[in-house]
Design a protein around this ligand. Structure first.
Ligand SMILES: CC(C)(COP(=O)(O)OP(=O)(O)OC[C@H]1O[C@@H](n2cnc3c(N)ncnc32)[C@H](O)[C@@H]1OP(=O)(O)O)[C@@H](O)C(=O)NCCC(=O)NCCS
Length: 195
């Protein structure tokens, strides 16, 4: 039995299971994130990803999930064999929930071997449903470094509206980068399919 980190419920899509993280996920997180291409496109992930960083990340998020300030999902690919009890962890989608204004920021990363299959969009759409329908959020927003075309495309496919650009808002590896902002309101249309 895995150690629970909070009270978020599991979500299922056509190809994915989104569940809570557990401490046993740390080595797999390290394997997936310790990739320069994954780190380069994010604001905060360092490279190399040090030993112990995954454990620290899990602990930080467990605390936030526990007090309702985050909903962080381990995204796992369902095996074609339904009897497989441990679908493989391939990435994460999370909500950082503000304590005011009924809003949250969505963020995500996936292991490079899994890019380009629609997995991130499928998981993001499921988490939007969770945020709006289960948590009762009013607005969910996202930000990406402007050169991150894949993240822009995920947000467009998931139904977000581009709301603006913050010039040189992020400093990644010594370079000031423009950051693009996206938002979605609970009343906005969401994709009906989960891919
Ligand atoms: C961003 C990320 C999560 C996307 O994951 P994914 O599972 O490949 O996403 P999807 O397959 O659902 O969609 C990716 C889309 O971007 C497109 N794409 C990929 N690279 C692109 C680029 N350089 N420019 C424009 N579009 C691009 C893909 O073709 C696909 O669109 P399509 O379905 O219309 O063909 C993944 O690339 C990743 O983990 N990157 C590193 C971490 C990161 O950037 N996190 C987000 C920080 S804001």
């Amino acid at each position: 039995m895995r150690e629970s980190q909070g009270s978020i419920e599991d979500l299922k899509t056509k190809r994915l299971v989104l569940r809570q993280f557990c401490s046993a996920d740390a080595p797999r997180i390290h394997y997936l994130v310790n990739d320069k291409q994954v780190a380069y496109n994010t604001h905060y992930i360092p490279h190399p990803y040090s030993e112990g960083a995954a454990e620290e990340w899990l602990k930080e998020h467990a605390d936030l999930v526990g007090c309702g300030r985050a909903a962080v999902f381990a995204v796992c690919q369902q095996s074609a064999d339904e009897s497989d009890e441990a679908p493989e962890l391939i990435g994460t989608v999370g909500l950082a929930i503000a304590d005011v204004d009924h809003q949250a920021e969505i963020g995500y990363w996936f292991g490079r071997d899994y890019w380009g299959n629609g997995f991130c969009t499928e998981a993001v759409v499921a988490v939007l449903g969770y945020g709006f329908d289960q948590l009762g959020l009013h607005r969910i927003f996202a930000q990406h470094i402007s050169r991150n075309g894949a993240s822009a495309r995920v947000l467009e496919k998931a139904g977000f509206s581009r709301e603006g650009l913050m010039r040189q808002h992020a400093r990644k590896w010594g370079v000031f980068e423009d950051v693009v902002c996206y938002g979605m309101l609970c009343k906005d249309p969401r994709p009906t399919c989960d891919k």
